[in-house]
Design a protein around this ligand. Structure first.
Ligand code: G1P
Length: 279
């Protein structure tokens, strides 16, 4: 069983880019075909033995809580009609009572702040962070690949992939240690910068929303000053730990879609429709 027992899911974001769809519905509930984005990342975490799932939420996010609970009326109705495959569909992702915990971020102070809100659950153990916006079709899941690497060689791990230079300002960008094979799965890094201008970026190696982190990153977040965009940045806490902890940009196997953007979301939908053979 995995030594990573806790995963943090920051789900407090406003989803401005998907208005009006996200006016009254959390963006994490947007479906790829028929399954909400949040369910994919929860299943990815569970598939590598994670037992505690902390959702850092905000206002208007009750649909997420409801999605991970029974809906007795619906289930009874489906059962009465003999629609057992649908009963299975609405129950299969529920897990055991008490596995999922919710806390409210209370103010939109950045990804680092959202992760810090989970500190009392994470305590002094390594933990994972998953961003539902980053949809990754992979088998085994991206996080499982990273946990395996972490178990073989501890450190801070960030999923990563090369992006176009004109897009580096959308991501945390890694600065690889010179002189190593950049084609290797876990690239050791010596710096990280959040959303740099293309001309200032140390590389095109972008951080994607899966992290396996040591508890020292959580401690860093406690004292961290706001960074890019005036927000508490997870990237900055990880960067501050680089001198103390080997840090890796992890090239995962699988296909990633940026479901924080409309085009990425549409592409993910098309990809999964084709994969499932929908006519
Ligand atoms: C966040 C992180 C960024 C990372 C990105 C991956 O940015 O701050 O470092 O590259 O997720 O999706 P956001 O997309 O929340 O602006």
């Amino acid at each position: 069983m995995s030594i990573i027992k806790t995963a943090v899911f920051p789900v407090g974001g406003l989803g401005t880019r998907f208005l009006p769809a996200t006016k009254a519905m959390p963006k994490e509930m947007l479906p790829i075909v028929d399954t909400p984005l949040i369910q994919f990342v929860v299943e990815e975490a569970r598939s590598c033995g994670i037992e505690r799932l902390v959702f850092v939420t905000g206002r208007q996010k009750h649909a997420i809580e409801n999605h991970f609970d029974h809906m007795y009326e619906l289930e009874a109705n489906l059962e009465a009609k003999g629609k057992t495959e649908f009963v299975h569909l609405v129950r299969q992702h529920l897990g055991e009572p008490g596995e999922i915990l919710f806390t409210r971020q209370m103010r939109p102070a950045g990804l680092g702040h959202a992760v810090w809100c989970a500190r009392h659950v994470v305590q002094n153990d390594p933990f994972a962070v998953l961003l539902a916006d980053d949809f990754i079709d992979a088998e085994p899941g991206c996080l499982a690949q990273m946990v395996k690497a972490f178990e073989a060689k501890p450190g801070n791990y960030l999923a990563a992939m090369e992006v176009e230079r004109e897009h580096v300002n959308r991501y945390g960008i890694a600065e690889p240690v010179a002189g190593q094979d950049l084609g290797t799965q876990a690239v050791r890094i010596q710096g990280l910068v959040e959303k740099p201008k293309p001309e200032e970026a140390p590389s095109r190696l972008a951080v994607i929303g899966r992290y396996v982190l040591t508890p020292d990153v959580m401690k860093r977040l406690h004292k961290l000053a706001p960074g890019a965009g005036g927000e508490i940045q997870l990237t900055d806490a990880i960067a501050a730990e680089i001198p103390n902890c080997p840090t890796y940009a992890f090239h995962f196997e699988g296909q990633r879609f940026d479901c924080g953007s409309k085009i990425g979301f549409v592409q993910a939908t098309a990809h999964m429709s084709a994969k499932r053979g929908l006519a």
